[in-house]
Design a protein around this ligand. Structure first.
Ligand SMILES: CC(C)(COP(=O)(O)OP(=O)(O)OC[C@H]1O[C@@H](n2cnc3c(N)ncnc32)[C@H](O)[C@@H]1OP(=O)(O)O)[C@@H](O)C(=O)NCCC(=O)NCCS
Length: 146
């Protein structure tokens, strides 16, 4: 199989990334993943989201950003045919390297409760599952898919 390269994600990659997300179990697509919101996210967090490419096709992605205080990882995924060869590990490390370079010392992420494989992956990478925090969310608009 051809070599995998990691590069920064740009807004022009949007359609390919959404298609990747649509093909991946364990990933929920929300209003916040619309083109405008993704553009805003990438503009606020430039050079912090990455794509994996094999033979010119996008096979994985990892998005990250920070609020000045804490870092956040989202949409870490790799197409099934390309899994278990270290691609997600490389994508996550690219994000963490950039977050660290920007002075961020702690990073959070969410995993769906029923995504057991995703949880095993994060544990394997050394992430700590929190038992001391309960997440609260509030929808500010009237969308059912905010
Ligand atoms: C989770 C996911 C991103 C892993 O991608 P990947 O490219 O196969 O992961 P890697 O090959 O980089 O694996 C890194 C380490 O995690 C381990 N790992 C990966 N998937 C695993 C799984 N399902 N169960 C247990 N360990 C796993 C690997 O064995 C590897 O450990 P090692 O380096 O000690 O051998 C991929 O399976 C995926 O896209 N899943 C669907 C989306 C998802 O659940 N995303 C994460 C939750 S937000």
């Amino acid at each position: 199989m051809s070599e995998c390269s990691i590069r920064v994600m740009c807004i022009s990659d949007y359609d390919a990334v959404i298609s990747l997300m649509q093909q991946t179990e364990g990933v929920r697509i929300r209003d916040a993943d619309a083109h405008d919101a993704t553009r805003r996210y990438l503009e606020r967090n430039p050079g912090m989201s990455f794509l994996a490419e094999v033979g010119g096709s996008i096979v994985g992605c990892a998005m990250s950003g920070h609020d000045g205080r804490r870092g956040y990882l989202q949409h870490v995924l790799v197409l099934p045919a390309y899994r278990k060869r270290g691609i997600a590990r490389r994508l996550v490390s690219a994000c963490l390297k950039e977050l660290k370079r920007q002075g961020i010392e702690k990073v959070h992420l969410d995993v769906l409760e029923d995504n057991a494989a995703g949880q095993r992956f994060w544990q394997q990478l050394g992430w700590q599952r929190r038992t001391d925090i309960v997440k609260y969310s509030l929808v500010l608009g009237d969308s059912a898919n905010a």
